[in-house]
Design a protein around this ligand. Structure first.
Ligand code: NAD
Length: 543
């Protein structure tokens, strides 16, 4: 081993390719889509570096074309979950002993593979399996994944360099150890990037991981796993165990070695996992670190001084891109009464024009929602809005699940600021607007702050500098990520560290030093170069 104080190599955010007609990236993506859409995929579990096929399978569907399934995946049960924990623990000692820069290098290599040879494959898998347009898949499965893998080593370096002061005659050091045990990573369907970050962030910090992916993002997630292996990740460091959440959690959360939970998904599932851990607290060797990023009811607030064109684009992109299935998607909109009639009419007209359909047709702006459960859970809200005296539907409001799970981009005007779609996370392409009374701005800010239990993202749209200042100040506890004159989605690793408060999670800011700190257990060591040889203190001497 060389004696050297190493620095992580520089990293910049990965630029997004445009996929314009005639571009080389468009050609290679289209041929990859053609190959993958033919289907026939069979996704195994990966435990201790070995592929495993069980007796239980699930279908890998295309949400926007139900007649063309992509293949099947094998499901883990309790026995496989136990095997995954054992494989992780068996890999632990060696992985933790590898110098940090070697661990970082594995993931830097993975980033290069994803930005290069696997780019079209990962974009295509995310498009087909999760129904993302080419642009949405590119900024998620390539740019954000690569940014996590390239920038997290920079944050690691800063953490490890942080050392305490020492006086002459002593040397104080902090050893940054991985957590004692394994980390359980549970990932959502909606971002390939989150599926990449939740297992790899703890692994970079020297931990071993049992990873339960969502059953509706299996294809892209398995591809990530294969890339880590190709990049040199030793067997057992990350174990890929798709399957039923409660069966796998039942095992993972019952092990004394559970050292942490890295979760992103709904508030209700995180709450149930937290409660299960709390109920089993006495069995654990250490207090498990609980990191969870959860739901949102994200707002756009138009000040009376707002530029309506800026607000219109922020609302359209913020609410309807990826069918509103971003935790940060705008789902409530506050418009001053004086501006509301003209603004909402223009917004409804624009929403009606958004092209929706199969994501393989590059003219589309929107695809399908992820699955039947999601479609079926959103439709009743639209039906109730249609029948309610407290709301009216200005655009959309219908859906069709014949060919795929298509829900129209919908705009509801709520006449009651507490109408259910102003408060509840629907996780679909539904934006609810409320016209507030601009003669009492303090009351309007209080309404935004208090309407939902969440505090994830929000936008303030204003021209008047005093209004920007007032809005940012009044809404500072209403969002973990606040935007000014921009949509509330699209956080970039290293530039807008992401996470929310209240029912939106533990706010451990994915893509930042704050998150990585949760995956290390600092140990302080003091060495004395001049140890005392006399036990009596001077004050004890006689006169
Ligand atoms: P979900 O909660 O349904 O599922 C998340 C993961 O938990 C999946 O892997 C699922 O299989 C698993 N799961 C479900 N029940 C489980 C159980 N009993 N035990 C263990 N695991 C279980 O969420 P989703 O539908 O995949 O994602 C949408 C939700 O995620 C939305 O609420 C959204 O706001 C949230 N989200 C939040 C962020 C954020 O950063 N705050 C980011 C993305 C998504």
């Amino acid at each position: 081993m060389n004696d050297a104080i190493l620095r992580a190599p520089p990293a910049e955010n990965e630029p997004a390719l445009a996929y314009a007609p005639g571009s080389p990236e468009r050609a290679s993506l289209e041929s990859e889509l053609g190959r993958m859409a033919a289907g026939g995929f069979e996704v195994p579990l990966v435990i201790g570096g070995r592929e495993l096929r069980t007796g239980q399978t699930g279908a890998i569907l295309r949400p926007d074309r139900l007649s063309a399934p992509l293949g099947l995946y094998y499901k883990a049960g309790p026995a496989e979950a136990q095997a995954a924990v054992e494989a992780a623990l068996a890999a632990k000692r060696e992985w933790a002993a590898i110098p940090w820069e070697e661990r970082a290098a594995v993931f830097r290599r993975a980033a290069s593979l994803i930005a290069g040879k696997y780019r079209a494959k990962l974009v295509a898998a995310t498009m087909l399996g999760q129904s993302k347009t080419a642009r949405e898949a590119e900024i998620d499965a390539i740019c954000e994944v690569v940014d996590f893998l390239r920038l997290n080593p920079r944050f690691m370096e800063r953490i490890y360099a942080e050392q305490p002061e020492s006086l002459t005659g002593e040397w104080n050091r902090i050893a940054y150890r991985p957590l004692e045990g394994f980390v359980y990573a549970v990932t959502p369907f909606n971002f390939t990037a989150i599926a990449a970050n939740l297992p790899t962030a703890p692994a970079m910090m020297g931990n071993v991981v049992v990873w339960k992916p969502a059953s509706t993002s299996i294809l892209s997630n398995y591809l990530l796993m294969k890339v880590y292996e190709e990049a040199g990740l030793p067997p057992g460091v990350i174990n890929f165990v798709p399957g039923g959440g409660s069966a796998i959690s039942g095992v993972a959360l019952s092990r004394p070695e559970l050292a942490g939970l890295h979760f992103t998904g709904s508030t209700s599932v995180f709450n149930s996992l937290w409660k299960e851990i709390a109920a089993k607290l006495s069995i654990y060797r250490s207090y498990p670190r609980l990191v969870g990023e959860t739901g949102g009811k994200d707002f756009i607030f138009l000040d009376p001084s707002a530029d309506p064109e800026v607000a219109l684009v922020a609302a359209l992109r913020g609410a309807y891109e990826y069918q509103g299935q971003k935790c940060s998607a705008a789902s409530r909109l506050y418009v001053p009464k004086g501006l509301a009639p003209s603004f909402l009419e223009a917004l409804a007209a624009a929403a009606r024009q958004l092209p929706m359909g199969e994501v393989t047709d590059f003219r589309n702006f929107m695809g399908a929602v992820i699955d039947e459960a999601s479609f079926d859970s959103i439709m009743p809200y639209l039906e109730r809005a249609r029948g309610s005296k407290s709301a009216r539907i200005l655009a959309g409001g219908a859906g069709d699940k014949g060919q795929g799970y298509f829900l129209e981009p919908s705009l509801i005007e709520a006449l009651d600021p507490r109408f259910e779609t102003m408060e509840t996370e629907l996780f679909g392409p539904v934006l609810t607007a409320y016209a507030y009374d601009e003669s009492d701005m303090a009351a309007a800010y209080r309404l935004v702050d208090a309407t939902s239990p969440y505090a994830l993202t929000g936008s303030v749209i204003a021209r008047d500098r005093r209004a920007i200042l007032r809005g940012v100040e009044a809404l500072r506890e209403a969002a973990g990520n606040l935007y000014v004159n921009d949509k509330p989605t699209g956080a970039v690793v290293g530039r807008q560290p992401f996470g929310g408060m209240r029912a939106s999670g533990t706010n451990d800011k994915a893509g930042s030093l704050v998150n990585l700190m949760r995956w290390t257990s600092p140990g302080a060591i003091k060495e004395n170069f001049d140890p005392p040889t006399e036990w009596r203190y001077p004050y004890m001497g006689g006169d």
